[in-house]
Structures are given as structure tokens and as C-alpha cells.
Design a protein around this ligand. Sequence first.
Ligand code: ZN
Length: 336
Amino acid sequence: MTAGDGTGNGDGADDERRDAPPIETYDDGVIAIDTLTGGMTSVTAGYLLTAPRPALVECGPALSIDNVIAGMRALGMDPDDLAYLVLTHIHLDHAGGAGDVASAFPNATVVVSEVGARHMHDPERLNASSQRVYGPLFDSVYGACTPIAAERLVGVADGDTLDLGGGRTLELLYTPGHAKHHIGVHDSGTGAIFTGDSVGVRLPGMSYIRPATPPADFHLEAALESIDRYRRRDPERIYLAHYGHVDPAHAALDEAEERLRLWAATAEAAYHTSTELDHVAETLKQRFADEIDASAVADDPDAEKRIELLSGYESNAAGMIRYFTRRDDGTLTPVG
Ligand SMILES: [Zn+2]
């Protein structure tokens, strides 16, 4: 393996010494490293899977990647130690720091859906579209993705596996819906599935799972099928990128499906009255705002800020409007 071409600031990341972020070790060989995205705790996790050939699942955005690297160093990971960085999808809150991780860990192969791989090699379009979607948050929270050399990247298809050694294998499940380049990661060693954003988000202390239906390619049927696919795997637990593990997994998946159907039905009813973004977003807000107040995060003043950052009403409304529009005018392409 050769080092990345033009990935840039790997040396800087090495030299920069900073305190390790919060780290939580679960009992199944999974270690959650808090990326401290946007300077907030418990927003986005990277999951380090310990094994002879360790893997990191998700790395978070570029602007907070030094936290993740510091966390891995604190866990005793030397530059040569990481074998894989697995990205559930290429949205910048999951994959934006991948080029920096590739530089800091020169043996690591970056694993991503074959649907999204070329955008990690040449992220110009990804960065440009993210800038449009995120607005000012692009510069304050996310930062630009740096290119990853083709020989460091593997684009995977449904059912491909990664052998971590010691009897631990990761199977990659193509699970579109949230995005067409989304994969879930099934860990044979523990029976856990890392679901990225494909079943929604639930921050610590929240009592429910909130759908995440952003533009540009949210697809309702695909999202429902992906949830069902996880259910058929009968997982021990699921790990959400935002944030942490949820069990029992079956109850969580049932809840995720129910909430997604409810949000979609609410958005569609609003969409039939008016296709304006403000109208659909406001309808969702009126219908679901009480869920935040009613949940256990009510005493956390940052809770609403966190959840809006990850799965805001406007973003979810925009994704669903685009889905309904393409469905109704016949331009929706089947996924999967
Ligand atoms: Zn996300």
C-alpha cells in the first residue's frame, strides 16, 4: 500500500497532540470514539472494532477528525495498526475525515459502497453539493473531504466481507434509502449491525428513533426494505452513528419502521396541500416537536440543536418532497 496522493495534512494530524475525546468501551469488542462533531458530545460516533486487523466504522467530518485520531492514539493504535476504515455512506458527517484517517493510518484500506467510491477518490462534486446542502455549517462543522488514492479505496457490493482475523468478519449489506450509497455493517463476531443512518438517529437520553430522510436521494421503499433486511438478520444489537447502541434490536427496528411510515405519511399529506418546503417542514415540526419535549432530553439545552443538526425538519422535508416529486412524475429510479 502506498500513501495517499494529495491527502495533504496527515503529518499535521500526527503532530497535533490533543486530549482524547470521550471513549466508551462496550462488552463486545466495540469501542465508541466520540468525534465531538461541531464541538458537541454524543453527536457522531466512530466505532473501533478490535481484532488482529482492526477496523474503524465511520470517522465523522474532516473538521473534527483530529479528535478521532487522538482517541485512536489513546487506545494504543499506532499508525501501522489500522487495517480498515469502513464508511456506511459518503455524507460528510460520516466520511468527511476519511482522507485524513488514510493519511494518519497508511496501511488502512478505505471501504465504501461501490456506488459512492469514486466520490471519495475525487470529492470535488461531493464537496460542492455538500456546501449547497449544509450552507454555513459546511465551514463551521464539516469541512471539505480530501481525495483518497484509488489504491487505498475499495468499492464494495452487497454481501462482500472483510476478514478482521481472530474469527471476526464484517459483512457489508447494501442498504439504500437514506442514501443510495449506504451500506450496513454486520459483525459476525458479535451479531451487531452498524446501521449508519439507515434506521434513523437517536441521541443518548432520547426515548425514540427519529427518521433521517435528507436530499438528494432519500427513497422511502428502499429505506423500509433496508430496515426489514436488518430485521431478517436477527441482530443482537444495532449501533447508530448518531449515537451509540440500541437494544433490543428488534424493538428498535420495529420502532424505526413505524416512525418512518408516520413521518412519511405526515409529510405526504402536507405535500398534497402545498409542495412548498416551508409548509412541509412546518407540518412535520408541529406534528413531532412534542416528541423532543416529551423525551428524556428535555433537560438538555443542546438536545434540539443536536437533533436539528443531524435530522432537521427542513432537511427531512426536503428529502421527502424530492422523493414524492420524482415518484409522481415517474423519474424515481428503482434502488437496489
Ligand atoms: Zn449522519
